[in-house]
Design a binder for this molecule. Structure first.
Ligand code: FDP
Length: 340
């Protein structure tokens, strides 16, 4: 990419223009999906601004405490949830919302109801908030199953039924990565314009990577195949170079790096957490959807992650996702264990 020329580009592909272009490929479309996405984008911009101000706010005693006017300040994750719930409901295009922050699913009142169900984690990687490390919002979108009354089953669908998925990373820049089921595209927020601009068109993950990403502090509780895979990454027996370890502990940031550089991100099951840690609906599914759309794979240790049928909205699952060949190796280790 010619960055110098790029800096003076005058024909900008904004996310709105991109989504409208996609919409025009479906003449029957009434624009509902584009409207829904524009509300998600608004939520991302709001949270990005709040994240950028958070450190500063803390300096003057704001975040999570009482401000100079004696008003209680909301924690960033609570604030982000409120922003997304309000943005989604006011779009008039949603019927069920599942948020990491809310115990129960939200059923949108009839006057504001639409046909889409949105599952999301408004601010993932919350243990990184206070030290200013990259965090993000993750979302997935389903269509109401039979167009009638909305029921909880409408969000308990396998990930392969998602119409779209994405995340927004609040890092050194604010990056929104989106798939509507035909490839993956990345947009960077230009703060001077307040617009997300297409900067990473048609992202493809390298077929094999040089990085593995896992919380190795859990190693003593891992099962055989996970332990064998990580051992192979560090001490390959086939003459290939050892992989590098990178682990931020913020899923959006770790997955974003994996998508761009290749390699594998894993949050496996262990003896203490037999279902792993990450949530199926708003972590495992959206990220698996993006990985597959970028040419990678995603596996639970038993099956293709997107085939999983969740029984509860906050269910967890082990997850191995990333470059096609790396995940293939993990699948082979689990298959061998099953055979044995
Ligand atoms: P966090 O607990 O900071 O909110 O599911 C949440 C998550 O972060 C992911 O973003 C991250 O990948 C993972 O948990 C980190 O877990 P560990 O601290 O156990 O490594």
């Amino acid at each position: 990419m010619d960055h110098a020329a790029d800096a003076f580009r005058t024909d900008l592909m904004t996310i709105t223009r991109f989504v409208l272009n996609e919409q025009s490929k479906h003449p029957e479309s009434r624009g509902d999906f584009s409207i829904l996405l524009s509300h998600i984008v608004l939520g991302c911009k709001f949270v990005c601004a709040a994240v950028n101000k958070a450190g500063l706010a803390k300096l003057i005693g704001l975040a999570g405490e009482t401000n100079v006017q004696g008003e209680e300040q909301k924690k960033l994750d609570v604030l982000s949830n409120e922003v997304f719930v309000k943005a989604l409901v006011s779009s008039g295009r949603t019927c069920i919302l599942v948020s990491e922050e809310d115990e129960e699913a939200i059923f949108v009142e009839p006057s504001k109801r639409g046909k889409y169900c949105v599952v999301f984690d408004p601010l993932d990687g919350s243990s990184n908030i206070d030290c200013g490390v990259s965090i993000g919002t993750i979302f997935g979108i389903y269509m109401l199953k039979d167009g009638g009354e909305s029921r909880l089953e409408d969000v308990l669908q396998p990930g392969k039924n998602m119409l779209a998925a994405g995340y927004c990373m609040y890092g050194s820049s604010c990056t929104l990565v989106l798939s509507t089921g035909s490839g993956v595209n990345g947009f960077t927020l230009d703060p001077s314009l307040g617009e997300f601009i297409l900067t990473h068109p048609d992202i493809k993950i390298p077929k094999k990577g040089k990085i593995y990403s896992v919380n190795e502090g859990n190693a003593k509780n891992w099962d055989g195949p996970t332990a064998k895979f990580v051992e192979k990454c560090k001490f390959p027996k086939d003459g290939s170079p050892a992989k590098s370890l990178r682990y931020i502990g913020s899923m959006v940031a770790d997955v974003h790096r994996t998508l761009l550089y290749g390699g594998v991100f894993l949050y496996p099951a262990d003896k203490k957490s037999p279902n792993g840690k990450l949530r199926v609906l708003y972590e495992v599914f959206p990220m698996s959807f993006l990985m597959e759309q970028a040419g990678g794979q995603s596996f639970t240790g038993k099956e293709r992650a997107l085939d999983l049928v969740p029984k509860k909205i906050h269910e967890r699952s082990p997850i191995f996702l990333g470059s096609y060949d790396d995940v293939e190796e993990i699948k082979a280790l689990y298959a061998a264990e099953e055979k044995a």
